[in-house]
Design a binder for this molecule. Structure first.
Ligand code: GDP
Ligand code: CA
Length: 307
């Protein structure tokens, strides 16, 4: 059974980790959002790719979900002394990732090739691909005007009210060839419990992706439990966009191609409404903070899909 997980950062990495523990590495591909990527002091930073990569490599910081466990902050402090901007926190070890990635990109490698190299060096055996080799940048249209994603998310702490999103570079961007091949060969596509707008939205916005998903078996895991996101602005965004913040709203985002939807026990009452949309519901525990819970959920999804 060939599994493809569509993922953002922290929620995506947790689900990808569950499948990495449940299936053989050659059967798992993770396609990751790059809409959060940005240039930091001349270096390309890919927050979601790195979160997934560090998590599958077993070196992610368990407290934050992002960054590297035990990282230090000497470079950032020094940067601050020079008057450089330090609102985006990059640890010393993490910095090496961005230095080396940028170095390889300047030699002419595609982001997919660079990612594969970094993953191999870190001992990650499942395939992790960026959604696209071409830059796609999420712009958040807020009541205060347009903000590049990291300005909205980190610098402004998701405070400004959201009106809509757009993706710079989307016209020239394609699904990466590796990601396309994986999706075409997938027996099951799992949409991780990631932000449907800013983590999964950019992947779905790439030409042809929705059509590809219509031809596959696709299940999604809700990032919303009891009307709230476990982390981040997903629920706040839903409310500001006029969608009731609930697991049901997430299912609605994906309804045109979704076969199954996994909700938390706390949302069991929503299962009939999911079913009424023609989508099979699975009600279970979907808080997957620790590795055993991640593996358990992945195994449960595999059994459910097989039945
Ligand atoms: P980001 O790029 O780090 O913001 O990551 P994602 O978009 O992948 O993840 C953020 C989303 O993950 C939020 O909406 C959270 O509610 C959700 N999330 C994080 N941890 C969990 C978890 O353990 N279970 C579920 N169901 N959702 C989670
Ligand atoms: Ca992200």
């Amino acid at each position: 059974m060939r599994i493809v997980v569509l993922a953002g950062g922290v929620g995506g990495a947790r689900m990808a980790d569950g499948f990495a523990r449940a299936v053989l590495p050659e059967d798992l591909t993770v396609i990751v959002n790059t809409g959060d990527d940005f240039e930091w002091h001349g270096l390309l930073v890919c927050p979601d790719l790195d979160t997934v990569m560090y998590t599958l490599a077993g070196i992610a910081n368990p407290e934050t979900g992002w960054g590297i466990q035990g990282d230090t902050w000497g470079a950032l402090e020094m940067l601050g002394r020079y008057g450089g901007e330090t609102w985006f926190r990059i640890g010393d070890r993490d910095l090496a990732t961005h230095v080396y990635r940028t170095f390889l990109l300047r030699q002419g490698l595609r982001l997919s090739e660079v990612t594969a190299r970094l993953c191999r060096a870190l001992g990650v055996r499942a395939a992790i691909w960026p959604m696209s080799d071409e830059p796609v940048r999420t712009i958040v249209e807020t009541e205060e005007g347009p903000l590049p994603f990291q300005e909205y998310f980190v610098r402004r702490g998701c405070q400004p009210r959201v009106r809509s999103f757009r993706w710079e570079g989307l016209e020239g961007a394609r699904l990466s060839p590796e990601a396309r091949a994986a999706l075409e060969g997938a027996d099951l596509v799992v949409i991780a419990p990631s932000n449907p707008y800013v983590s999964i939205g950019p992947i779905l916005a790439l030409p042809g992706v929705r059509e590809l998903l219509q031809d596959r078996t696709v299940v999604a895991v809700s990032p919303i439990i009891g009307g709230q996101a476990l982390k981040g602005p997903a629920a706040k965004m839903m409310a500001e966009l006029g969608e009731a913040p609930s697991a049901l709203g997430v299912a609605r985002c994906y309804r045109s191609f979704l076969d199954g939807f996994v909700l938390d026990r706390a949302d069991a009452a929503l299962a009939p409404a999911v079913e009424a949309m023609g989508i099979r519901p699975l009600v279970t525990d979907i808080v997957i903070l620790d590795p055993s819970a991640r593996a358990r959920l992945a195994e449960e999804i595999l059994r459910w899909v097989a039945s």
